[in-house]
Design a binder for this molecule. Structure first.
Ligand code: SAJ
Length: 418
């Protein structure tokens, strides 16, 4: 059996699906990009993008204009299907794989012999086997690799995305990929495909280990950020500068402490550890505590600001940054946004928000009379409290004399050298 790579469908044109579709299309392969959000489809059809990511607009524009990337709302027949849809968690921190479920159901009737199906979404352990079983149920006419490992009609593999927002195009090509097929044949077929555009190594394992690898990477990061965040809380208590402390400790050849912050944001690191905790709740002690430490950090910052505000008759707080990390426009799960939102809704003080990556305040802030989106100079001139939340390049260059005679709460160590 051989797979030809004449057409590749990418289901879900978000932060991972769209760059993947654009890169593959620019390798001369016909790509069908599928998204069930009509607004996304309409924007992309014109060659524009709905995602701010360096150089992505150029790549998408080129692929759409050359005809190698076709954007549609209903899946079409294809040689390869890549599933890159979200996997959030539900209220109780249980993984929600309904988007994967719907994606598989949307392609089930058009799957043909020799197709390769690759799941890229961050997924709980066992999801790839689950989709193989789902396809078996929906398409009893097909031989699946669960029962026929060598000569299945359809091959299925898990290959998690591992790219960093802000560096997606570079990391999609350069990072190593972990490939976990339902069978060895599935893994080999998937590896053949990734080798078209991946310069990093493509390393083969089974699907469950590949799923757990992805979760582990983000859980590792979460636990280490929790260590840094806990240190910052301890240092506040015993009056030590945490930035200096970490700098000094990191001079040890085997110590590499991450940076404290206002909390962990984004849609990956704050979410993925829960998929492990859900699978083995009793055994996941450290992971759970780390999540709790990181989730409680915004409240620590809010308390600090409330204490500072009591020192002023008319407290005006300059809130520098809303995004979940530096130099991007992404506000999803942002700890900075949560902090500003809670402060603004506490009905004390006035707030001047500076966020160079947005041009209007998000819903939840926009309707409040005590908050305005302003430029850096206006905020620094008018505020008596400066709250550093995101280390955007624009903020790092603020000179120390602009901070003189003001209360400064610097959650990211933006001005640690000043
Ligand atoms: N953060 C800290 N201190 C640090 C580092 C990060 O507080 O020392 C905070 C950031 O401010 C941010 C959050 O953690 O709020 C996450 O930021 P990040 O830049 O560490 O990671 P993400 O969420 O943008 O991307 C992560 C990456 N995972 C790892 O580095 C292990 C990326 O490679 C994954 O592909 C991505 O999750 C994903 O999609 O899963």
């Amino acid at each position: 059996m051989s797979i030809n790579y004449k057409s590749v469908s990418v289901i879900g044109l978000g932060y991972i699906g769209l760059p993947t579709a654009a890169i593959v299309a620019n390798r001369g392969i016909n790509v069908i990009g599928v998204d069930n959000n009509p607004d996304v489809v309409n924007v992309l059809k014109t060659g524009n993008t709905h995602i701010a990511e360096p150089d992505l607009d150029i790549l998408v524009h080129a692929a759409v204009n050359s005809g190698s990337l076709k954007v549609v709302s209903t899946p079409e027949k294809s040689d390869i299907f890549i599933i890159a849809v979200p996997t959030p968690f539900k209220e109780n921190h249980k993984p929600d794989i309904s988007y994967i479920d719907n994606a598989i159901k949307s392609i089930a009737s058009i799957i043909e012999k020799n197709n390769l199906i690759i799941l890229e979404s961050t997924s709980p352990v066992g999801t790839t086997e689950y989709i193989a079983n789902l396809i078996a149920e929906l398409r009893p006419d097909l031989q699946l690799p669960l029962s026929n490992k060598e000569n299945a009609d359809v091959n299925i593999a898990y290959c998690p995305e591992r790219v960093l927002p802000g560096k997606i195009l570079q990391e999609l090509v350069e990072n190593d990929r972990i490939i976990g097929g339902i069978s060895d044949v599935c893994s080999e077929k998937a590896k053949e495909f990734y080798k078209i555009f991946v310069k990093g190594n493509c390393i083969i394992t089974n699907s469950r280990t590949a799923e757990m690898t992805k979760l582990t990477e983000n859980a590792f990061r979460d636990v280490n950020i929790a260590f840094a965040n806990e240190l910052s809380i301890i240092c506040d208590e015993i009056d030590i500068n945490v930035w200096e402390l970490i700098n000094l400790a990191n001079r040890h050849p085997r110590v590499s402490i991450l940076q404290p912050g206002p909390g962990v944001g984004g849609h990956c690191i704050a979410v993925d550890p829960w998929f492990i905790i859900d699978a083995a709740p009793k055994q996941s002690k450290l992971l759970r505590v780390s999540r709790e430490v990181n989730d409680s950090k915004p409240d620590v910052v809010i308390k600090k600001i409330s204490d500072e505000m009591r020192k002023y008759d008319n407290p005006v707080v300059a809130c520098l940054g809303l995004s979940f990390k530096a130099n991007i426009d992404d506000l999803r799960e942002s700890a900075a946004l949560k902090i500003v939102h809670n402060l603004v809704n506490s009905n004390t003080g006035n707030y001047l928000v500076v966020e160079p990556y947005i041009n209007k305040l998000p819903i939840g802030l926009a309707d409040n009379v005590n908050v305005k989106l302003v430029d850096i100079d206006t905020a620094l001139d008018s505020a008596n409290i400066i709250l550093g939340l995101v280390e955007h390049s624009e903020f790092i260059n603020i000179s120390s004399d602009r901070l003189l005679n003001k209360s400064v709460v610097d959650t990211k160590g933006i001005w640690k050298t000043k």
